[in-house]
Design a protein around this ligand. Structure first.
Ligand code: ADP
Ligand code: MG
Length: 723
């Protein structure tokens, strides 16, 4: 019998590698060719319109109507010259993917047809959005929502469609997407950071947060993927015994890239570069068939749009290569999972990276100010940062002894740790009354930290020379969520810092001393969050507990912090979320959580009953026949002892699986009857999900027992090693 697994394997063996063409040998020849960036604006817009739109982009000013009108026709002219026929508002609803609804430029007229794109159509659209997640916001008021142009992220062409990045809000003004809160957080950070910058440099007018996202992913052949219903319905394998060869030889990481994969990489990179995504790095990752790519960092809003676009592109381009890109955080149990390292820093309009130590002591004080405030912010709101990365998928990584733990801690590297310890124990306030001595109170910070910072892969939040790296973000997540939180907590912290320093100055303290005094106190107050050791170790879990750090391992409980009074106040002070929006998000995240588990539980039940048990029984029957035959010809029982043993083992596993799937279904029914979404999520997590591992264990045992030619699902060795 040729089952779908063998058909898939045959397909893989006959794959050819598609030829990949790049527009030119030099990337600079085609980089951002499909983006309506400032360069193209200058070409297509009048000088006045250009100045006006650039002013809006740089300073967040509202766009005048005739500027919108001119920009729309310029965009249309440019897009049509590149073969575009349609336009769409492109946005990031809370589904985790991007959304678009295409409209043609074409419009019939009384005497024929014209191509039209008005300022209104550019500025605003009303997608029928009642089916996007909204956490109750859209049910209570108007059902309408609208998308509005975000000029800070340039329009681009995908296929034959002009895509306009937009925000998505309800008719009553609540955010229904990832972008609105992010933009608010960035503006809060800008204001707070500029205010603090003025202690050092009055010339600084703007602070942008920057972000470089390292994206990990797995590749699997499309035919094998399609032969695994668990993969195409849930994004991960619910069953599968570990391959005999796995990652133990460590021969994949940074090894040479397989040719078929290389072609795919070149192809999606070319498309990404055309869209202005500055992809720079590609390499193999630790696990077999796992890879990573990373662009050069950009302003956050753009970096996140680009990452969303990149995930889309990778998926599309992969089909041409008969690959499937797995962005799931944990596609294979027992093999490393995937994350999205978020490299973050703050950069001024004068080009200064505020997290980069400087040459002079004064510069160092500026660095220390932003550095220590970031640490303090994370220490104050570790739970919120933890919540911002909480998803059902990421639960497989966090707290599962695999990078990084659910305990938020900060790694600084020994040099900077020493610097902070030195400041903490120095008797600053007394000896620094004199100007000259003040600078001696600030320890020297080595300028070139980058090569010296020890690499600590187990830390969820690590300082790496001139930036912090949040490593706990899931590979399939939209980074906007964690980045909104990170920027908001730092903004809030800087605002508080300014108030405290000003108060001391008002009391007659010298500015530098006032700064240092508050910094010193912050170092002390945030000490517990600093950890340089192995984040995966059991000792750390224990130590973290004695330090009072929280360790919430699962999503439904981690999310509780979103609706506490403390968080509510933070969101209100920084205006990032209204109370209603925060509660709506809390609901949406919980719903996503239990729904995904519900799907996994169903798929598990179906596969067990319809695919796995039947395969095991087929094999068992063959053995029974064999035993009967041997008996018939008069052989003694010890000649078929092996068969009997296998038959018994098969029966044990089958019985275990069957009874436990039945029990799981009962628990699912109970969970489904719960109304409260938090309670329901917890029930799914603690009553339903708990069956997954034992069921899987016995299914994987069956996989090892059953005749290979009867096993219907592609095995790990095939998924991970055949390319
Ligand atoms: P590594 O993590 O191995 O040190 P890189 O130094 O190459 O890797 O950087 C990883 C990512 O961090 C890249 O996307 C890079 O552009 C980005 N990055 C570098 N400097 C900054 C910065 N100041 N702010 C934000 N991201 C940065
Ligand atoms: Mg990194």
């Amino acid at each position: 019998m040729s089952n779908i697994r063998f058909k898939a394997l045959e397909a893989v063996l006959t794959r050819t590698i598609p030829e990949v063409k790049t527009p030119s040998a030099k990337i600079s020849d085609y980089f951002a060719a499909n983006v309506f960036d400032k360069k193209k604006m200058r070409e297509y817009l009048s000088k006045e319109a250009y100045d006006s739109i650039v002013n809006s982009i740089d300073h967040g000013e509202p766009i005048a109507r005739d500027t919108a009108e001119q920009t729309a026709s310029a965009m249309k002219a440019w897009a049509m010259s590149k073969g575009a026929t349609h336009y769409t508002h492109w946005f990031q609803p809370l589904t985790g993917t991007t959304a678009e609804k295409h409209d043609a430029f074409f419009e019939p007229t009384s005497d024929g047809a014209i191509e039209k794109f008005s300022g209104d159509a550019l500025a605003q659209q009303e997608p029928d959005a009642s089916s996007f997640p909204n956490g109750g916001i859209r049910n209570t008021f108007e059902a309408r929502g609208y998308t509005a142009w975000d000029p800070s992220s340039p329009a681009f062409i995908m296929g034959r469609t002009l895509c306009i990045p937009t925000v998505f809000v309800s008719y009553t003004g609540e955010a229904l997407d990832y972008k609105v809160p992010l933009l608010k957080a960035l503006s809060a950070l800008d204001k707070a950071a500029v205010d603090v910058c003025h202690y050092f440099d009055k010339g600084i007018e703007k602070v942008n947060a920057s972000l470089g996202i390292e994206q990990e992913y797995f590749l699997v052949d499309l035919a094998l993927y399609n032969a695994r219903p668990d993969m195409y319905l849930t994004g991960r394998t619910l069953f599968g015994h570990m391959s005999a060869k796995n990652q133990q030889l460590e021969d994949h990481y940074f090894g040479s890239i397989p040719e078929r994969v290389y072609a795919f990489m070149q192809d999606f990179e070319t498309e990404a570069l055309l869209l202005g995504i500055p992809l720079k790095t590609r390499h193999n990752e630790v696990a077999p068939s796992q890879f990573e790519c990373a662009p050069i960092y950009e302003e956050i809003n753009l970096a996140i749009d680009h990452n969303s676009l990149l995930m889309d592109l990778m998926d599309k381009v992969a089909k041409r290569h008969n690959f499937k890109v797995l962005l799931h955080e944990k596609p294979y149990a027992g093999v490393n999972g995937s994350g999205k390292h978020n490299n973050w820093s703050m950069i001024t309009n004068t080009g200064k990276n505020l997290l980069s130590p400087g040459k002079t002591p004064k510069n160092n004080l500026m660095f220390l100010t932003f550095f220590v405030n970031t640490i303090k912010a994370v220490a104050e709101h570790a739970d919120l940062l933890r919540a911002s990365i909480a998803t059902v998928n990421n639960d497989h990584r966090l707290g599962a002894n695999e990078a990084p733990p659910a305990i938020i801690s900060i790694f600084l590297g020994s040099q900077l740790n020493d610097v902070l310890d030195e400041i903490e124990t120095s008797r600053i306030s007394k000896k620094l009354k004199e100007e000259a001595l003040l600078w001696q109170g600030i320890p020297k910070i080595p300028q070139i930290l980058k090569d010296n910072t020890d690499r600590n892969r187990t830390s969820p939040f690590a300082f790496t020379g001139n930036k912090f790296e949040l490593r706990a973000v899931g590979s399939s997540a939209n980074s906007a969520n964690p980045m909104t939180i990170l920027n908001v907590i730092v903004a809030d912290q800087l605002r508080k810092f300014k108030l405290e320093v000003d108060k001391l100055i008002k009391k007659g303290e010298k500015k530098d001393l006032a700064l240092l005094t508050v910094i010193k106190r912050y170092i002390k107050e945030s000490k517990a969050i600093r950890f340089e050791g192995n984040g995966y170790s059991e000792e750390w879990e224990k130590e973290a507990e004695t330090r009072g750090l929280s360790n919430v391992k699962t999503t439904p409980r981690a999310l509780d912090v979103l609706i506490t009074e403390k968080t509510e106040k933070l969101f209100e002070d920084t205006r990032v979320f209204s109370r209603r929006e925060a509660h709506a998000r809390h609901d949406i995240l919980l719903e996503e959580f239990y729904k995904k588990l519900q799907i996994e539980a169903r798929v598990m039940g179906e596969l067990v009953n319809n695919v796995i048990i039947p395969a095991a029984i087929t094999y068992q029957s063959k053995l029974v026949e064999s035993v009967r035959g041997l008996k018939d010809i008069g052989l003694k029982p010890d000649t078929y002892a092996a068969q009997l043993d296998i038959i018994t083992k098969l029966a044990e596993h089958i019985n275990f699986i069957k009874t436990n799937v039945d029990k799981m279904v009962d628990e699912r029914k109970k969970a489904n009857a719960i109304d409260d979404v938090r309670e329901k999520s917890i029930a799914y997590d603690e009553k339903v999900k708990t069956f997954f591992q034992p069921i899987r264990y016995h299914v994987d045992k069956l996989e090892q027992l059953v005749d290979d030619s009867l096993w219907p699902l592609p095995k790990f060795r095939e998924l991970l090693f055949i390319k």
